[in-house]
Design a protein around this ligand. Structure first.
Ligand code: SF4
Length: 62
């Protein structure tokens, strides 16, 4: 599984990082850093949870 983040939609809520600090990196202002993340096996459900937690719907899993 991969996670894609539309960095143009990201508004810096840092909810993704709060859900999974292992998967997501944020900058000092709370904005997501990486547009593509490889999800390690076993972390699919937390990735989906983070996608659902993003208020901007900037995160997609595929
Ligand atoms: S939760 Fe969404 S808006 Fe907030 S930092 Fe993560 S990607 Fe950006």
């Amino acid at each position: 599984m991969k996670v894609s983040i539309d960095l143009d939609k990201c508004a810096g809520h840092a909810r993704c990082y709060a859900t999974s600090p292992d998967l997501f990196d944020i900058d000092d202002s709370g904005y997501a850093c990486n547009a593509e993340i490889d999800v390690p096996p076993g972390q699919e459900s937390i990735a989906a949870e983070a996608a659902a937690a993003c208020p901007e719907r900037a995160i997609e899993t595929h």
